[in-house]
Design a protein around this ligand. Structure first.
Ligand code: PYC
Length: 332
């Protein structure tokens, strides 16, 4: 019998799961996290499906693996694993991973309170607040984020014609705002969003091309962000991000919040120094800020920061047994 063992520390960031693989990640020959992501997807994707899909995971499962940084000025490299694949960047995943790293001493930061993280999408710097061995909050300065396309028309199954903007915040997001065919989050059952989102994503990817202007490895629309008015008194807006095949992010979504802030900044609603509080489908909050402005290729971009919290839920030793017919997981 051949059995592969993974040591994992499970956590959640504002409600969404983060499974940090602290032992058992494969050795990757490539040196940058962007190249390692390609190598992992080509050679070891079974590890992702085994750890993320049922019966060891579930529809919302998301996690990370840790690698040495390619630049000695940085602290650690992060590979994101998720039900949908290996994301270039994941905000809730980063906040959870930083919390686990610090609370469980997985990496010694070069500078206390700061972790410089190499992600497949680029450098992300995390500042964390620690008290009595517990990380109370994490603020990440994300990769440059920008509005990619405005007012795209799409024939959305079940809803009819929709207009969406597409923005990049580490992944490409279609941002669906209330309009004639979509009444907003408060009036749309979550089950409808889960059923409609993959069809909308497929329709958009079929009709349009989404290519990062300076990184040929980042392409394709992966997420749908449904927006609506805030419920929480401290929030400016509420959102529900769909990813994978059936998942609605329980957190306010870090890369989605970055994309939304980039869209609103491009409209002139927010500018450098402004803050934006984003609420999730379960009422948890991320606090975002426009830290600066820059350019990505021909696009005007913002540098967003996202602040949130995570809690460790347990330590999990996971076996993947060759004789298990569901060794590599399944989805229904
Ligand atoms: O927080 O960036 C995020 C994220 C992406 C997918 C799920 N969460």
């Amino acid at each position: 019998m051949a059995r592969t063992t993974f040591s994992c520390i499970d956590a959640h960031t504002c409600g969404n799961p983060v499974r940090v693989v602290s032992g058992g990640a494969p050795f990757l020959e490539a040196s940058t996290m962007s190249e390692r992501r390609q190598e992992f997807m080509a050679r070891y994707d079974w590890m992702r499906t085994a750890l993320m899909f049922e019966p060891r995971g579930h529809d919302m499962m998301s996690g990370s693996m840790l690698y040495p940084p390619s630049d000695p000025a940085n602290d650690v490299g992060i590979l994101y694993i998720e039900t949908s694949g290996c994301l270039p960047m994941c905000g809730h995943g980063t906040i959870g991973t930083v919390t686990v790293i610090i609370e469980h001493n997985l990496v010694r930061p070069k500078k206390p309170g700061v972790l410089r993280l190499e992600t497949p999408a680029g450098l992300v710097v995390a500042h964390y607040q620690e008290h009595n061995g517990r990380v109370e909050s994490v603020r990440i300065t994300n990769v440059p984020s920008f509005l990619f396309a405005k007012n795209l028309a799409v024939d959305c199954p079940e809803l009819g014609e929709l207009r969406v903007d597409v923005a990049y915040g580490g992944n490409f997001y279609a941002i669906v705002e209330p309009q004639a065919a979509y009444a907003g989050l408060a009036k749309t059952p979550v089950g409808d969003l889960i059923r409609i989102s993959p069809k909308l994503r497929a329709a958009l990817n079929q009709r349009y091309t989404f290519q990062h202007p300076t990184d040929e490895r980042i392409h394709g629309l992966s997420h749908i962000q449904w927006t609506g008015a805030a419920n929480h008194e401290e929030a400016d807006a509420r959102n529900a991000v769909f990813y994978g095949e059936k998942a609605i992010d329980r957190s306010p979504c870090g890369t989605g919040t970055s994309a939304r802030l980039a869209q609103l900044a491009a409209r002139g609603v927010y500018s450098e120094g402004d803050t934006f509080v984003h609420e999730s489908i379960i009422g948890s909050l991320f606090r975002a800020k426009v830290e600066g402005v820059t350019r990505v290729g021909d696009y005007e971009a913002i540098i967003p920061s996202i602040e949130g919290w995570a809690r460790v839920t347990g330590i999990n030793t996971i076996f993947v047994d060759d004789e298990d017919p569901f060794a590599h997981g399944f989805q229904v």
